[in-house]
Design a protein around this ligand. Structure first.
Ligand code: C2E
Ligand code: MG
Ligand code: MG
Ligand code: MG
Length: 275
C-alpha cells in the first residue's frame, strides 16, 4: 500500500502536468524546506598541479537531492536562491560546511593540501556586513586554506561594488579566484586592479582544444596575461589527454576536470585523494 501511495505522489508531482510557473513555485517551496532542514551536501573535486599530477586543492560544489524531483542542478537552485532572496542563507551554509570539512580532514590526520575553493554568489557580496560574517563563519580555518570564487559574469553585474568587496575581503586575508574566466566582459585594467590570486579558464575554451585554433589562441593569450599579472591559473573541465597535454605544454599550472577527478562526496574524496 505504501509503494502504491508513493507512486500516486509521484504521479501528482509529474512535472509535465504543471505549468512552468507552478513548477517554479513548487521547486521554490521545496528549496526553502531543504534550506531549513539543511538537506544540501557538498561534493569535492580535486585540483591538480598539471605537470606533477598532484593534488593542490579542491573545489566544493553544492548538491541537492529532492525526494520528488531527484537531483537538481546547482545552476537551477542557485538561480532560485538568488531571485528569491535566499542566497545569503545558502551561501553561509556552504561556507560553514566547507570549513567544517576542512577541520574534519585536519582532525582525521589527512589535511587537504592547498586550498579549498568555495563558490560565492554576487548576492552574498551585496550586504554591508559580509566581511564580518565571512570572518565569523571561517574563524576555525586558516585563510591560506580557502579560495573564494566569483564568476567573471557575476562580477561584471556590479563591477564597482564587487571589486570593493573583493578588496575588503582580500584585506582581511581571503584569497580570490575569478571563475569561468573568458566568458564575461572584464577589461585588462579592471583585472589588474582586482585582488585576485587565481583565474579559472572557462571550460568552453578547454573543450575546444584540438579543434578550434581561435579558442586555442585565446587560451594562450590568457596564459600570457596571467603570467604578466602574476596570477595563478586553473583550467576547468579537462576531459581528454589532448587537452591535458596542450595545457601543460603551454604553461598552465593547475587544472581540474573529469579526466583527473570528478566531484565526489567528502568521504570518497578522502579515500581517493587524501592520505
Ligand atoms: P563552476 O564553479 O564553474 O564549477 C565547475 C562545474 O563544472 C561543476 O558543475 C563541475 O561539476 C563541472 N565540471 C568539473 N569538471 C568537469 C568536466 O571535466 N567536464 C564537464 N562537462 N563539467 C565539469 P556543477 O557542480 O554542476 O556546478 C555548476 C555551477 O553552479 C558551478 O560552476 C558554480 O557556478 C555553481 N555552483 C555550484 N555550487 C555552488 C555553491 O555552493 N555556491 C554558488 N554560489 N554556486 C555554486
Ligand atoms: Mg567554481
Ligand atoms: Mg567555473
Ligand atoms: Mg561555471
Amino acid at each position: 500500500a505504501d509503494a502504491k501511495a508513493r507512486q500516486q505522489d509521484f504521479a501528482f508531482f509529474n512535472t509535465s502536468m504543471m505549468s512552468a510557473m507552478e513548477y517554479r513555485q513548487l521547486l521554490f517551496e521545496r528549496f526553502r524546506k531543504a534550506l531549513r532542514e539543511e538537506q544540501f551536501e557538498l561534493y569535492y573535486q580535486p585540483v591538480f598541479a598539471l605537470d606533477e599530477r598532484k593534488v593542490v586543492g579542491a573545489e566544493a560544489l553544492c548538491r541537492w537531492y529532492d525526494d520528488e524531483f531527484g537531483w537538481i542542478s546547482p545552476l537551477d537552485f542557485i538561480a532560485i536562491a538568488e531571485t528569491r532572496g535566499l542566497m545569503q542563507s545558502l551561501g553561509d551554509w556552504v561556507l560553514k560546511e566547507a570549513c567544517r570539512q576542512l577541520v574534519a580532514w585536519n582532525t582525521a590526520g589527512h589535511p587537504l593540501p592547498g586550498r579549498l575553493a568555495v563558490n560565492i554568489s554576487n548576492k552574498q557580496l551585496e550586504s554591508n556586513d559580509v566581511v564580518e560574517r565571512f570572518q565569523a563563519i571561517t574563524a576555525n580555518v586558516a585563510k591560506e586554506n580557502l579560495l573564494l570564487e566569483l564568476t567573471e559574469t557575476a562580477m561584471m553585474r556590479a563591477p564597482e561594488l564587487n571589486s570593493k568587496r573583493i578588496r575588503q575581503l582580500h584585506d582581511v586575508g581571503f584569497h580570490w579566484a575569478i571563475d569561468d574566466f573568458g566568458t564575461g566582459y572584464s577589461s585588462l585594467s579592471y583585472l589588474s586592479q582586482l585582488k585576485a590570486s587565481v583565474l579559472k579558464i572557462d571550460r568552453s575554451f578547454v573543450s575546444k582544444i584540438g579543434n578550434n585554433p581561435q579558442d586555442e589562441s585565446i587560451i594562450q593569450a590568457i596564459i600570457a596575461m596571467a603570467k604578466a599579472l602574476q596570477i595563478n591559473l586553473i583550467a576547468e573541465g579537462i576531459e581528454t589527454d589532448a587537452q591535458l597535454e596542450y595545457l601543460t605544454k603551454h604553461g598552465c599550472n593547475d587544472g581540474q576536470g573529469y579526466l583527473l577527478g570528478r566531484p565526489v562526496p567528502a568521504s570518497e574524496f578522502a579515500q581517493l585523494w587524501l592520505t
